[in-house]
Design a protein around this ligand. Structure first.
Ligand code: KIV
Length: 283
């Protein structure tokens, strides 16, 4: 059997039952320790429509700065980028919980600034929750938002927005740093986060965090020891050139796209496209 047909069979199997109701924040939190939570990033309505069929949560991640807008990192992403892509994803998804990332500079200054910007995201996109990077230092902000009606997904471990202080994107493998990450997990849980993304940590640390807190841990580069997984859609379908170790490629869309545009260019040059079937006839 070809890889393609194996994938199609698996995909048909993975499709969620028709008529399932929209995932809410409490539904999501209640899945702690249960069936693993399926999460994917989406930045556009059409991709959201596809991912919505199999996902519990769609994240409009600030990774869109790198993946869609060609930025070198996520630091240049603005609230306006997040709102525009958030609106597109909310239009495309009607089953998964849609969460929008708070970009760098939009929440760190004060709890009030965080509330002002997070409430704009919720109002203008219609998403159900926001995600923000940070552990203990962001606990007061998470508490402030959660108590005022804004559900927060936290993000600890490797935090891409802290790349300048960390000296790059560095996975946390050294045991000397584990206690600090566990303290972050406990702090965001205690502050009222409904879930936490755990990025780039060694497997035993992911297991310790998942064991230590009562909210779902969603791993990216954090092993199968988490309560669920998230991947950047473009990474997993093979549409982004840089592939980190933790990404499994489930397709090679870049190859397919190159082949398609290549054949198109040849056919245009040879006047083989458009053919009669793509041409209007006079009435
Ligand atoms: O921005 C993003 O896509 C993310 C995920 C990688 C978790 O934060």
């Amino acid at each position: 059997m070809s890889t393609q047909s194996t994938l199609s069979k698996k995909a048909a199997h993975a499709e969620q039952p028709k008529g399932r109701k929209r995932m809410t924040v409490p539904d999501f939190s209640a899945r702690k320790g249960g069936e693993p939570l399926v999460c994917l990033t989406s930045y556009t309505a059409h991709v959201a429509r596809i991912c919505d069929e199999v996902s519990d949560l769609l994240l409009v991640g600030d990774s869109l700065g790198m993946v869609i807008h060609g930025m070198p990192n996520t630091l240049g992403v603005t609230l306006e980028h997040m709102i525009m892509h958030g609106q597109a994803v909310v239009r495309g998804a009607d089953k998964a919980l849609v969460v929008v990332d708070m970009p760098f500079g939009s929440f760190e200054e004060s709890t009030e600034v965080a509330f002002r910007n997070a409430s704009r995201v919720i109002k203008e996109t219609g998403c159900a929750a926001v995600k923000l990077e940070g552990g203990e230092e962001m606990a007061p902000t998470i508490r402030y938002l959660a108590r005022r009606g804004i559900p927060v997904m936290a993000h600890i471990g490797l935090m891409p927005q802290a790349m300048n202080t960390a000296g790059g994107f560095k996975a946390i493998r050294d045991e000397a740093h584990w206690d600090a990450v566990i303290a972050d997990a406990k702090a965001v849980e205690e502050a009222g986060a409904f879930s936490v993304v755990v990025e780039g940590v060694a497997e035993p640390l992911a297991a310790k965090i998942t064991e230590a807190i009562s909210i779902p841990t969603i791993g990216i580069g954090a092993s199968a020891a988490c309560d669920g997984q998230i991947l950047v859609f473009e990474d997993m379908i093979g549409l982004f050139p840089r592939v980190p170790t933790f990404v499994k490629r489930y397709g090679n869309m870049e190859e397919m796209m190159r082949a398609s545009v290549g054949v198109y260019a040849e056919e245009v040059k040879a006047r083989n496209f458009p053919g009669p079937e793509h041409t209007y006839k006079p009435k």
